[in-house]
Design a protein around this ligand. Structure first.
Ligand code: ZN
Length: 213
């Protein structure tokens, strides 16, 4: 699985979701098990619970024989955008849920709004940051990308409503800085605010969402 991508065939608890179970069932019916995504195939091999669910589905579906010539969006066309569109729909739904549950920090919300105003932008000599993009969802890691190498050392702080979760010195001449969400205790699912301050006290703030399963 690619980093940052939300798997669409698995629940947060790592078992197959309804789409994953259905995909496996359809693969059995069509004799296409070898075309299944590797992680789906592997999981069912080692999971009695999902195997049992799929067996039940296969039995249920046997009452409705399939037309072998019928085009299947995945098995007849493995390179189609079937995954992509499914992923986007899932990510949107996930992001909506995380936003609904997020505990905002009003001070930061105000700073972000202020930053978006034209007068602020024209007066600011601030740090130009290309990513993370505000309001975007990140999984596994987030990478800060600067429009040009940083001109002076800066401090990057990330916090949620419970306090600071990350702090790092960004040396001058940095173009990328990646934060790994390895420790899910530190980065539970939710909203995060970051601020970066350089030596001249130029400040940039922003927010992103994190999903950790
Ligand atoms: Zn399972």
């Amino acid at each position: 699985m690619k980093k940052g991508q939300i798997p669409i065939f698995f629940e947060a608890d790592k078992h197959l979701n309804a789409a994953g179970r259905m995909l496996y069932t359809e693969a059995v019916q069509r004799d296409k098990i070898d075309l299944l995504p590797h992680d789906v195939y592997e999981h069912v091999n080692s999971c009695a619970e999902c195997s049992a669910e799929i067996l039940m589905l296969v039995e249920l579906m046997e009452e409705e024989p399939i037309d072998a010539n019928e085009q299947h969006p995945f098995f007849n066309n493995p390179n189609s955008d079937y995954f992509v569109s499914g992923n986007l729909a899932d990510i949107d739904a996930l992001l909506e849920q995380i936003k609904a549950d997020a505990v905002q920090i009003p001070l930061y919300e105000n700073l972000i709004k202020e930053q978006l105003t034209a007068s602020y932008r024209s007066s600011s000599t601030g740090i130009q940051i290309l990513s993370p993009q505000n309001e975007h969802l990140y999984q596994d890691e987030v990478t800060f990308t600067f429009a040009e190498p940083t001109s002076s050392p800066s401090t990057l702080i990330v916090r949620n409503h419970q306090g600071q979760v990350y702090k790092a010195k960004i040396p001058a001449n940095t173009l990328h800085h990646t934060i790994d969400f390895q420790s899910a205790e530190k980065f539970p699912t939710g909203v995060y605010y970051w601020q970066m301050i350089d030596r001249s006290r130029n400040r940039m703030v922003g927010k992103f969402y994190v999903f950790t399963s």
